[in-house]
Design a protein around this ligand. Structure first.
Ligand SMILES: Cc1ncc(COP(=O)(O)O)c(C=O)c1O
Length: 395
């Protein structure tokens, strides 16, 4: 069995996942203990479990100002993204369907859209480019729209750079043309206000584990009146939109994580901004002795707490491994399922110089991080980058 994280580890990979809040974990255990029944059973234990589930649904929807029936609980943010895209296309089955996504979407959007276009006649896909600042090109979206366009899927905050995407503006261009907008808001939860009507979103994806909730629970919010075909068939759960016995404790944990994240968004943003400032100031203070470094992504249009940095002449895997050995968890772009660092499709789409594209590492702060951790981590990163740049230059 792998060893648990060492005591004293500075965890700066909150965009991959966040540590569960102990109070949320306790609520989940309590829900499991108190409601052992299947929410679909008609006996008292089943009815009590159903009530608990529906309360979680109402609470989650209420945190976002939506009606309870707009929530479909899923097994992950990835599943919610797949459901939004494939569920929309299946709803239009038999008619030509054109999809628009950006080239910097999470793989659960990109790979789903590509697979649908590759496997289904009549489904076509346009991938929208982004600028060197990491922002999606709005004009390219307007140019890509065709009569058969059914869905535009865009993320609100990029998971590798933290750059905020012009989703509401994109919605504006799609409005009145009957095109659905799906917003992947997984990285925006707790970092930006989430208001579906203001965003112009018909569908919105969330994942509990990015905001101190449980792993393996997500939700798709669906605007009332927006039809969606199920991907998982079987029972009538989730209002016929996702079959399978519900993850009751997960739903309870997710509802509470979303409630807390939404309520604390302003305070959380201030905390993250402070940590980011300290981190960057410490790094800049030590930069004279080390290699040049750059922030990948627009500094003025990003959420606080997610930084993508590249150091000239230093490889990203050396930085990730070196920082791990120095007791700091950071990542190379998104969390990958294979455990192998792969080139970032996000940094590639930004058309950056090779050293910034291949060298980018992601540092993502969370609510449990302290100012001292930000300072210490930056000092260790500066020292490591200096050492690596020197050894490369002399190697
Ligand atoms: C922007 C974005 N969308 C979707 C996902 C997928 O969420 P999950 O890990 O719950 O499948 C992630 C996860 O990193 C993400 O960052």
């Amino acid at each position: 069995m792998p060893a648990p994280p060492p005591h004293g580890l500075i965890y700066l990979d909150h965009s991959a996942t966040t540590p569960i809040d102990p109070e949320i974990a306790a609520r989940m255990r309590d829900a499991d203990d108190r409601f052992p029944g299947n929410p679909s059973s008609i006996h008292a234990a089943g009815r009590a479990a159903r009530l608990c589930l529906e309360e979680a649904r109402s609470a989650l929807a209420g945190s976002l100002g939506m009606p309870a029936e707009s929530v479909i609980f899923t097994g992950s943010g990835s599943e919610a993204n797949n459901l939004a895209i494939a569920g929309t296309l299946l709803e239009h089955a038999g008619r030509p369907a054109h999809l628009i996504v950006s080239a910097i979407e999470h793989h659960s959007v990109l790979h789903c859209a590509r697979a649908l276009a590759a496997r289904h006649d009549g489904v076509t896909l346009t991938e929208i480019a982004c600028g060197a600042d990491g922002r999606i090109d709005l004009d390219a979206i307007a140019d890509a729209i065709r009569p058969a366009t059914r869905l535009i899927s865009l993320m609100l905050v990029n998971n590798e750079t933290g750059v905020i995407q012009p989703v509401a503006e994109a919605a504006h261009r799609a409005r009145d043309r009957g095109i659905r907008l799906h917003v992947d808001a997984v990285q925006a939860l707790g970092r930006l206000p989430l208001d579906l009507p203001a965003l112009g979103a018909d569908l919105l994806t969330l994942a509990a584990h990015k905001a101190r909730g449980p792993r393996g629970v997500g939700a798709l919010l669906v605007r009332p009146g927006c039809g969606l075909a199920p991907l998982i068939h079987g029972g009538t759960q989730e209002n016929y939109r996702r079959a399978g016995t519900e993850n009751l404790a997960g739903a309870v944990g997710m509802a509470e994580a979303v409630r807390r994240a939404v309520a604390a968004t302003d305070a959380h943003r201030r905390h993250l901004a402070r940590l980011e400032r300290i981190f960057l100031d410490t790094l800049t203070g030590q930069a004279a002795a080390g290699p040049r470094f750059e922030l990948n992504g627009c500094a003025t249009a990003k959420v606080p707490g997610i930084l993508n940095l590249a150091f000239e002449g230093v490889r990203q895997d050396d930085l990730v491994v070196g920082m791990d050995l120095a007791g700091v968890a950071i990542s190379a772009g998104s969390a990958c399922s294979s455990g192998v660092i792969e080139p970032s499709h996000v940094l590639a789409a930004m058309n950056l110089p090779p050293w910034r594209r291949d060298g980018g590492v992601r540092i993502s702060f969370g609510s449990t991080n302290t100012e001292q951790e930000a300072r210490q981590a930056a000092a260790r990163l500066a020292e490591l980058a200096r050492r690596l740049a020197t050894s490369t230059a002399h190697g």
